[in-house]
Design a protein around this ligand. Structure first.
Ligand code: ATP
Ligand code: MG
Length: 203
């Protein structure tokens, strides 16, 4: 399988194929922590102990960029999978009726060494739906009990998590993911300004 196909099968989309960790230019402290975690001996430790990160911060600070570029490094050694929370919830719901979808979902949960769930709590800032809570509870329980690392990204802080998802989930998340705030400005605005200059300003 070529590299591109392998990235896609691991849930790493085209946008991230040419990017590396060094494209992340904002929060130097966060970058240092992640690079340290990715050192082979640390990574082996993280895998054995089931330790991941909970990357949180405002829109466009580079959380999804960090998740994808870090997982591109991890997949050189271990099996990784990134999935958006929205897709995870949809697949889970479809799996109730569809045997193939269900086994695909279970397979992903069991065989993935490092699982990344992108954008938890994006849709519902008020209160999460019962289904979303059930899905997150199932995934977290599975990963925590088998000491399998999980990375998450979210705009919700670790403290707000309890109000949105309840005590059980907040405490399981705290058990398996180290909270890491990704500070900085909204890079989408910066990228957008650059594109405006490139494509809209002409002589
Ligand atoms: N620190 C950075 N340096 C350079 N480019 C960046 C940086 N952070 C983000 N970008 C670029 O800005 C865009 C948005 O980044 P990304 O999707 O990672 O943000 P996010 O934190 O996940 O946002 P959200 O909370 O809305 O999901 C992407 O195109 C990404 O490549
Ligand atoms: Mg994101």
């Amino acid at each position: 399988m070529n590299e591109k196909a392998y990235f896609l099968r691991s849930g790493i989309m085209e946008l991230w194929h040419d990017k590396t960790l060094d494209d992340f230019t904002q929060d130097r402290k966060v970058l240092k922590i992640i690079k340290n975690y990715l050192r082979p001996e640390k990574l082996a430790e993280a895998k054995k102990e089931g330790v991941g990160f909970y990357l949180h911060g405002k829109n466009g600070t580079g959380k999804t960029l960090l998740l994808n570029t870090a997982f591109k490094e991890i997949l050189k050694i271990y099996k990784v999978r990134i999935i958006s929370f929205q897709t995870l919830v949809t697949n889970f719901a479809n799996g109730w009726y569809d045997q193939d979808k269900r086994s695909e979902y279970v397979q992903m949960m069991q065989s993935t060494d490092f699982l990344g769930i992108d954008e938890i709590g994006k849709q519902h800032k008020q209160k999460e739906s019962e289904l979303a809570i059930t899905v997150l509870d199932t995934v977290l329980r599975y990963r925590v009990q088998r000491k399998k690392p999980l990375w998450c990204t979210s705009n919700v802080t670790a403290e707000e998590m309890e109000g949105l998802y309840g005590k059980d989930i907040a405490s399981m998340l705290a058990e398996c993911c180290l909270p890491l705030e990704v500070a900085g400005e909204d890079m989408r605005i910066v990228v957008n300004k650059k594109n405006r200059r490139r494509f809209l300003d002409y002589e």
